[in-house]
Design a protein around this ligand. Structure first.
Ligand code: BGC
Length: 440
């Protein structure tokens, strides 16, 4: 493997979170200059984009032959999501995708991360069940239109909207056959849509689906199980990732030449007291657990030693063949990063070996673009891409529609109008390198 290099910045907080007051003058909005470390050369060297996920924007929850996802059922169950909001309509991207592609073009976007809805493509969920022509047609049209607009898609196969049937009848992410079902779905996607896509993320943030979905129970499945289930959930997802990558490399990569990875969320861990050896060791351990849980296996073929030592027999083991499959199963690293955490040794807090303390400023921002550019300029980090979360305001899972992370404001009260925020203008000018912003 030659490079590890794609950074997804998931939380470029909109410079202006408020509803844009007027439509029009944004094209004259100059805003702050580009951060000093972000020279033009560096800005040109990175593929800047924005991201979304199917359940968060599509809507069309029961249309076009789609079956229920776990998020459909969960959000439609009273009490599960803030204000009982659902993703039934979300941003209605399912119907407005043409407008959205135009919007991306206006912003000068050249790279767009989106996800496919598994229950739209394989409604039966399980390996062997038929693909849904209408679902495939939807994505074919979308991808063709992105291509025509000069926008390169990066596609996530599974961004949390598991077919409900897999949860009901097959154990969800804990099911032994989960890797087979996932690889079958991935195969359908690669075969039918792979020619449009050069970058893939198999799974988005297994840590989140496992912890929120099977430990705290705040996300579907809603089960509150113990550590062993949490670890098994991650294990199954790693096996699923490896199988899908193997299949791609065997059947498709020669023709399609795509690059694959998975996206891992995390914080950079900083010793709370850098002069303390114990704190430094705790921060290093926290890095291993947080990032290494997923990244070690896909690079080396097995879990980090510190995790093995800590969990002992609770941590599932890979077979020799499984290790071979996993080893080197990424072509880049997908890093979803928000902030850093101070780490002190000792007390227990979720992860049983460290206490993490919120950054003194309380800011939950990604390493801002200046830091990112410094990483390239000073540390020689090979950053190939940066995807701001999110292209537009959308359904923020258990928090519903209140958080607004979008570069584009979505007016939920008024026909879901899209209104680019100042952050969109700023990103467009400095990072998407769009000369003329046009009239918005
Ligand atoms: C997830 C998104 C989510 C965002 C903000 C990301 O890590 O992938 O689905 O909306 O975080 O919470």
């Amino acid at each position: 493997m030659t490079s590890f290099n794609l950074a997804f910045c998931q939380s470029l907080q909109a410079i202006n979170e408020a509803k844009p007051q007027k439509h029009g003058p944004l094209h004259r909005y100059l805003g702050p200059p580009a951060p000093p470390a972000c020279t033009k050369a560096i800005r040109r060297s990175i593929e800047w984009g924005a991201a979304t996920a199917a359940y968060q924007i599509e809507g069309g929850w029961d249309e076009g032959g789609k079956s229920n996802s776990v998020w459909d059922v969960w959000s439609q169950t009273p009490g599960k999501v803030a204000q009982n909001q659902t993703g039934n309509t979300a941003c209605d991207h399912y119907h407005r995708w043409r407008e959205d592609v135009q919007l991306m073009q206006q912003l000068g976007l050249k790279h767009y991360r989106l996800s496919f809805s598994w229950p739209r493509i394989v409604p039966g969920g399980v390996a062997g069940s038929p693909a849904n022509p209408e679902g495939l047609h939807f994505y074919k049209q979308l991808l063709s239109s992105l291509r025509a607009a000069g926008i390169a898609p990066l596609v996530t196969l599974f961004h949390w909207d598991l077919p409900q049937v897999l949860q009901d009848d097959h154990g969800g992410l804990l099911g032994e056959q989960f890797p087979e079902h996932f690889a079958y779905y991935a195969d359908v996607v690669f075969r039918e849509l792979g020619r449009f896509v050069s970058h893939w993320v198999t799974l988005n943030e297994p840590l989140v689906t496992c912890s929120m979905g099977y430990q705290s129970g705040v996300f579907p499945s809603g089960l509150q199980l113990g550590t062993q289930a949490f670890l098994q959930c991650g294990h199954n997802q790693l096996k699923a990732h490896a199988k899908a990558v193997q299949l791609y490399r065997q059947r498709y990569s020669r023709r399609q030449k795509g690059h694959l990875s998975l996206a891992v969320p995390g914080w950079w861990m900083i010793p709370y007291d850098a002069s303390s050896k114990a704190n430094r060791a705790a921060a290093a351990r926290a890095m291993e657990f947080r990032w290494g849980w997923m990244f070690d296996p896909v690079i080396t073929g097995d879990y980090p030693t510190a995790m093995r030592a800590h969990f002992d027999s609770q941590l599932p083991a890979f077979s020799a063949e499984g290790q071979q499959l996993l080893k080197g199963s990424v072509d880049f690293l997908g890093v979803n990063i928000y902030t850093a955490r101070y780490v002190a040794d000792g007390s227990e807090n979720g992860m049983p070996w460290v206490e993490s303390l919120t950054n003194a400023s309380g800011a939950a921002l990604c390493p801002d673009s200046d830091e990112l550019c410094l990483a390239v300029a000073q540390d020689g980090v090979n950053v190939q891409g940066f995807y701001a979360w999110s292209l537009m305001d959308n359904f923020e899972w258990a928090d519903g529609y209140r958080p607004r992370f979008g570069l584009v404001y979505v007016d939920y009260e008024n026909g879901l109008r899209r209104l680019p925020k100042r952050s969109a203008a700023w990103m467009a000018r400095h990072f998407f390198l769009k000369r003329q912003l046009g009239q918005w």
